[in-house]
Structure formats: C-alpha cells, structure tokens
Design a protein around this ligand. Structure first.
Ligand SMILES: Nc1ncnc2c1ncn2[C@@H]1O[C@H](COP(=O)(O)OP(=O)(O)OP(=O)(O)O)[C@@H](O)[C@H]1O
Ligand SMILES: [Mg+2]
Length: 367
C-alpha cells in the first residue's frame, strides 16, 4: 500500500492560496486574493480556515462565495475540513486595560474541571509557582452555577469597600476572589439571560476593587454563552485555556468555543486535558479512562498545544470537596506539580517582562 504523505500546514496554505488565485471575480476580473475577497488562509492539521473580507464581498455574494470555497478548497488533496468565515472582528472592550492580564478558562462541556483548575492555578500563581509570587485575582464568572466559594472554602459575603463606592473582593489563600456566590443564597442558581448578562458581567470587572493585579483568572461557564461575549466586551482577554476531559470530548464543542474566541480575535494559549487517566492506588499504574483518540484528534484539528494533562486523582476530589486548594493541601502532589508547570507557562505567556521574562504566546490557529 502506498502511504500518502500528509502536507505541512505551510504547504497546505500555499496550495489553497494557489487554487484561489486561479479563480477570478466575474469573467475577467482580478483573482479572489487580489480582489481582497479572501483575507487569509490558515491550516491546522487537515483543517483549513478561509477568512473572507466582508468589506470587499458584497452582502449578497457572501453565501455563494462561501459555498464555492467549500467546494474548491474541500477538493484539494490533504484537506479534511473547511471553515469559511468572515475575518475576525476584534471587539472594543469597555476597559482599555483589565486589572491585570485576563486569562479566561473555558470548556466545551460542563463538569470537566475548569473551576478546579482555575482556582488551583490562581493560588499557585500567587504562591510563586511562576518564579515569584504574583498578584492574582480569580473571577468566578459562572453566573449560572458559581463554585469558587465551595472550592476555596469561603463562606464570606461580598462587602463594599470602606468608602462604599465599589465591591471588595474576598481575600483567601493569597488571592482576591469575586463570585456571584458571595451574593446569592447558598445553593441557588441564577436564571441569567441576554441583557441581564450584558449588564451584569462587566461590573464584575469594573465595579470590583481588584487593585493592581498581575493576572486575573476568569472561570467561565461551559459552552459558548452570552457570558463569554460579555466578558470580551468588558475587558481585553489576553489568552484562553480550553479544558477538556477525554470522556466528554466532543471536538465540535471545543472547536465551537475556540472559533467563538477566534471570531473576536482573542488568542488561545492551548488545551488542558483533565481526568484523562486513573492511577491504581496499589501499583501506581495509569489506566486511560476513555482512550486517547479524542485527544489526538483534537490536537490535530485545532493545532493547539496540550499544555497540561491531569489524571483523575482522589486527593483532588477530596481536597476540592473539602474547600482547600490541592496545591496548598498537597503541594508535592502530582496534580500540584502539574499545576505549577501550567502556571509557569501561562505566566510566561501573559505576565509582562517587569514581572518575569516573556516569550510570545502561541498564536490561535484560527486566526
Ligand atoms: N483531576 C481531577 N481528579 C479528581 N477529581 C477532579 C479532578 N478535576 C476535577 N475534579 C472534580 O470533578 C468535579 C467537577 O469539577 P469542576 O467543578 O472543577 O468542573 P467544571 O468544569 O468547573 O464544572 P462546571 O462546568 O459545572 O462549572 C468536582 O467535584 C471536582 O472536584
Ligand atoms: Mg465550574
């Protein structure tokens, strides 16, 4: 059997551009690239994203162009999937700068460990995991089911600052925390929708006395909700971490979330896999809970790096349920060491050179 070589992303992009240069606008107009109809082409694995420029494509021509691009690009060797989209339109947030670099933690599905990872990451960053203690805030933006109070063992209620002008975040485990859970009766969920989200999310940044932070970790609700967009409209998001669990991997869900951020030009730093394996307590061997095909597929389809992988560990469950961050309860635990490593990667990507050496963040493949 003759194996077909998989083209590199650069080769694929070049082949797509070449094909598009052979298609003219009208009978003898300029080609699609020269005419500015296609703004960019990005390949990741076999997935090709073609960004069209709505300024040059008439409002009625967009659909026909997208259909034609699907056909032409989809027929090229090595192309497995084609996404045709308008080029990203960055949003202009209410605040030009956040209280610190905003890191959004999101997932396609619920219950994959976003809140556990967000809280432990925030605490680890504050306790020097990235080389020196950073000033860290944690915003529990899961307005539908806030969990930071439970995971951090906080029973305090939100208070105003001394002059009564702003909301004071609760300080716990070395970080400043804000959660709607500090304002709601215990165990109650909110039915937040549309305009309530648009009006309710920005104050969690603008009305809270965060002070000067190095980094604000934002724990988002799962999926692609109004909260994500409301956050992006409130403050510039410096980067996104996408958390997945193999058993719940739906590559479509993860991709939808990443594409939503890509559409508003928010970069993603990479993927975090949680609850991938379970460790045998007597022999220490690792058993994959659900196989690893989904993970590989996700890596291939998104082209994003996996920045961390966390096994399912009883200590994590018990510490979280007990309201103590694992990184403090078991600082030498494997989970805590992996969180520290993730903290270093994130801080190196997002925290400016005044706090530590910087390196360029991984570019979102959808841009
Ligand atoms: N690596 C792990 N090992 C063991 N238990 C874990 C691990 N990660 C998370 N958990 C547990 O799984 C449950 C769900 O985690 P968590 O609340 O962090 O998920 P989530 O993605 O924030 O959920 P939601 O989408 O509902 O907000 C919690 O009970 C948590 O303690
Ligand atoms: Mg959560």
């Amino acid at each position: 059997m003759v194996m077909q070589a998989i083209p590199s992303a650069a080769d694929l992009e070049q082949a797509v551009m070449q094909a598009l240069r052979e298609i003219t606008v009208g009978e003898d107009g300029p080609d699609l690239v020269k005419a500015g109809h296609v703004a960019a082409v990005a390949a990741t694995g076999g997935a090709v994203r073609v960004l069209i420029d709505p300024r040059h494509v008439g409002p009625d021509a967009g659909e026909a162009l997208a259909e034609m691009l699907q056909q032409v690009v989809g027929g090229l060797p090595g192309v497995e999937r084609v996404v045709v989209k308008p080029r990203p339109q960055p949003v202009t947030p209410i605040l030009e700068h956040g209280p610190g670099a905003v890191l959004a933690v999101h997932s396609g599905k619920g219950g994959v460990g976003k809140s556990t990872i967000s809280t432990n990451l925030a605490v680890a960053l504050a306790h020097g995991a990235a080389g020196r203690p950073l000033k860290v805030g944690l915003l529990d933006a899961d307005v539908y089911g806030p969990s930071a109070p439970h995971l951090l063992g906080i029973s305090a209620r939100a208070e105003t600052t001394q002059d009564g002008s702003r909301i004071a975040p609760v300080e716990a485990h070395g970080i400043k925390v804000m959660s709607l859970g500090f304002m709601m009766p215990h165990g109650k969920a909110l039915a937040w929708r549309g305009s309530l989200v648009d009006e309710g999310v920005p104050p969690l940044i603008t009305e809270v006395d965060w002070g000067d932070l190095d980094i604000l970790v934002v724990d988002l609700p799962p999926g692609t909700s109004d909260v994500h967009l409301a956050l992006a409209h409130a403050v510039p998001i410096a980067g996104v971490l996408s958390v997945t669990a193999p058993g719940q991997i739906s590559t479509d869900d993860v991709r939808r979330g990443l594409e939503m951020f890509a559409d508003i030009a928010v970069p993603c730093l990479g993927l975090v896999e949680n609850m991938s394996t379970v460790t045998c307590e007597s022999c220490g061997s690792e058993t994959p809970l659900f196989g690893s095909d989904g993970v590989q597929q996700l890596e291939r389809e998104t082209g994003l790096p996996f920045l961390a992988r966390f096994p399912f560990m009883r200590e994590v469950l018990l510490a979280s349920e007990g309201g103590k961050p694992v990184v403090l309860a078991h600082p030498e635990h494997r989970f805590s060491r992996a969180i520290s490593e993730l903290a270093r990667t994130v801080a190196t990507d997002l925290v400016p050179a005044s706090a530590m050496e910087t390196k360029g963040g991984a570019q979102c493949p959808f841009h």
